[in-house]
Write a protein of this length. Structure first.
Length: 166
């Protein structure tokens, strides 16, 4: 019985992150347009392309399960994206805009890393190494994106936001 329950939980989490990836695909171009730093614009554009691959990998996992890809509303990602939109509106043209965009993007990345980490662990324990491998590829990309955002923030973006405010 426990496996059935975990199977159901796994599928629900898969639907959740599928919905999230589709929402993120729509948000990233807006964030790229709003960003003032060329490096940040490029990071968002690159991650948009990667996110398309994340969606496709999720579709592979659904296929492995014999399920049609579908999402279920994820209030968590909706809220995180809404916060990002609020930052874009509130800080449009302001020196702190890019710092806020990085913070919003990292909130998204951390949510995704939590979801993918959990899905990888569950796939392993359920005896689905192929699914775990596919999901781990995405988890690794999310971690690299988070690290890039850290480097951008710590390298220039946070200081530029602070200096402009002085």
């Amino acid at each position: 019985m426990k496996t059935k329950e975990l199977d159901t939980l796994f599928l629900e989490a898969l639907k959740d992150i599928y919905y999230a990836e589709r929402k993120i695909l729509r948000a990233l171009p807006k964030m790229a347009r709003a960003a003032q730093s060329q490096e940040l614009k490029q990071a968002f554009q690159t991650h948009r392309d990667e996110t398309e691959g994340h969606k496709e990998r999720l579709e592979q996992v659904f296929e492995m399960l014999g399920k049609r890809p579908s999402g279920k509303t994820c209030p968590a990602i909706d809220g995180i994206i809404e916060e990002g939109e609020e930052i874009m509106d509130t800080f449009k043209g302001a020196p702190a805009l890019d710092a806020g965009l990085v913070a919003a993007a990292q909130a998204v990345e951390h949510y995704e890393m939590a979801r993918y980490g959990t899905l990888c662990a569950w796939a392993e324990v359920m005896g689905m190494p192929d699914a775990a491998s596919v999901l781990r590829q995405t988890l690794d990309e999310e971690k690299r994106t988070d690290e890039l955002l850290n480097q951008l923030a710590e390298g220039t973006i946070n200081r530029m936001a602070l200096q402009a405010a002085e």
